[in-house]
Design a protein around this ligand. Sequence first.
Ligand SMILES: O=C(O)CCC(=O)C(=O)O
Length: 330
Amino acid sequence: MAASYENESENRFNGNSFSIPFQEIPRFPKSDKRVNELISCKEPVIVTGSDLVGSASHWSLDYLAENIGDGTFNVYKSASRKFKYYSDKKMQAVHEFAPPTQLLEMRFQEFMKLIRSKTNTNSERIYLQQALNNSVGPNIVHEFVNFNWAWASEQQQGNSWGQLTSNLLLVGMPGNVTPVHYDEQENLFAQIRGSKRFLLFHPDQFENLYPYPVHHPHDRQSQVDLENPDYEQFPNVRNLHGYEGVVGPGDVLYIPMYWWHQVESCPDSEENISVNFWYMAGSVEKIEHPLSAQQKVAMSRNIEKMCLEALGDPSEVAPFMKMLVLGRYT
Ligand SMILES: O=C(O)CCC(=O)C(=O)O
């Protein structure tokens, strides 16, 4: 049974006529027993005082430029506020796919100069998104080693997550938006500098968020623009409801696997720095029915992939699935 500690509230999204009912993401100090209850129920929670990345609380653009080393970093460039993820590997699958952002590789010093030159936020924007690796300098290694790994491991082991896959470092500008998507990993998202506003949606909102097909470069992303939804094309958006919360320096947000999230860097700071902790899914010991929404998303992804592979042509998937169910299971 899911834990529930919400404050019911209704918000208007960015002043649009469209209103999504949001409730607040629960927020508790690390020592509160509801933190572990929520995480074990695969429900989001903002955890305060975990000290997960306390050793990095002094990180700033200047400090990183001086200490992060000579490695190269992935920096995305966008003509709008949005940085919608796409998979390079799936680009060939869609004829004339136009990537919405451009990937640049550069050293951190160069990134710092570029971000500081972007004073007019209506023009082109950039967003550094790079997994921390062993090219970082000794001070960063020291701070990394001093992350609160004891607490992270307590969550990993207590909830039977798989191994840590990466720590993504995100350095961006106020107003940058990562549009609504889900990941196939558990996420402890730690904020270091500036704040981020999160919109979260339960995996049971799948049909209200219309994800792209799995073969598409935008797999796992919603086709819906939450700031300007097209109701004709996506009528179920009217049924959407979610959670909202702001994470500030020192806060950690648990984003359960398959939960949809949209992230906006708040205007409170010129420098926005975060590090996430991505963990693989744990192994499922016992299947219980009815299946959870998470399990159904995983299952639908597998069925979709199998159909695509067997049929060999994405345009055959819809007629095949209709033939399978219409008049038989309907
Ligand atoms: O902070 C962001 O802009 C995106 C973060 C995100 O989507 C993630 O950590 O899964």
